[in-house]
Design a protein around this ligand. Sequence first.
Ligand code: ATP
Ligand code: MG
Ligand code: MG
Length: 406
Amino acid sequence: ASHVQDANAVSPRNEESYVHGPSEMVVGVLGGGQLGRMLCQAASEMAIKVMVLDPQENCPASSLSYGHMVGSFDDSTTVEEFAKRCGVLTIEIEHVDVATLEKLEKQGVDCQPKASTIRIIQDKYQQKVHFSQHDIPLPEFMQIDDLEGAKKVGELFGYPLMIKSRRLAYDGRGNAVAKSVEELPSAVDALGGFDRGLYAEKWAPFVKELAVIVARGRDNTISCYPVVETIHRDNICHIVKAPANVKWKIRERAAEVAFNAVNSLEGAGVFAVELFLTEDGQILLNEVAPRPHNSGHHTIESCYTSQYEQHLRAVVGLPLGDPSMKTPAAIMYNILGEEEGELGFRLAHQLMKRALTIPGASVHWYNKPEMRKQRKMGHITIVGPSLSNLEGNLATIIEGKILDDT
Ligand code: ATP
Ligand code: MG
Ligand code: MG
């Protein structure tokens, strides 16, 4: 019984028996999904203690963490109880009880990034207001409270019109597209109605989506990872190519926008900046995640310091590591649930077995207890000499050519 499985249990391990590593600070992570799991994996190299707070007893991070408190990261009492066990609090999901974090900060609890940052980010409309006030280029946006208002915005921005839920969005759940004024009511209904808090965004006619992971240390040094291209399927991140195959000028501009966006937020850690590249070469910000991110999974194999290690270094106050790539190219493929239940697991297994025959490919499986359609179950990263080479390898894995040959 090495894990804290209930809120009243004491510290899980005998501190005396440990040799002191680079940091003795217990890092408390709100959320224990795959991002939390990969934080635990990175932490183990330097024996940094990561404690996770997640309601699911068998969440992906649970078995790899120094301690797991079973409980909601959106519940005030639970978050306060959790904070007592940790030297610093951080997040792997932004949908947490931010009011409690603000209260704890006032009492001297260390939150990285700052609660103010999480508050701005967790309401996408507020986030857009914040970035527009800091002169970050964005698609035009406007709050909508009723159908009349939505119609007016439709006339102003044109169609297709993107309707977004202000809160609790992830993997595109929280986005609905109205292709015409007639589709407005159904788009609004799909998001649960105006009471849920909605806003509209002008359609961004992007040619590519890009992303940049930006790290800030406790000493305020800022360091950017290489710009990557992200490819979404049904609004869900599906493939990431690193580095992005765009002109040098575009990469420079993307990094600049990402830097400015993160510079406007407070606190240490890694931040992911999602961007649109338009046909005329403009970079527009889509959203920022104040934590490790899907677009940075590849860094585990492809960079000198992974985004997970970087996040830990940042929040505990160690020097930041080198974010540059140690391989010429990397491609990341998300293993999304194709089917519910057993059939879904079988398909994923076949995919992983094919991947394991490819040189340079690494398989990550998050150990989620249930398989659901479109759910992020794991990912594959392939590193190698060039993106075109890796695209060929990925096609082999996806199309199952090797299976067919045997
Ligand atoms: P994540 O899982 O990244 O948190 P999310 O649910 O917060 O996703 P967004 O990032 O807002 O959703 O949007 C998901 C995807 O929808 C984007 O990556 C992009 O492909 C598309 N999208 C979002 N906003 C727009 C827009 N204004 N115009 C065109 N496409 C858009
Ligand atoms: Mg999001
Ligand atoms: Mg997004």
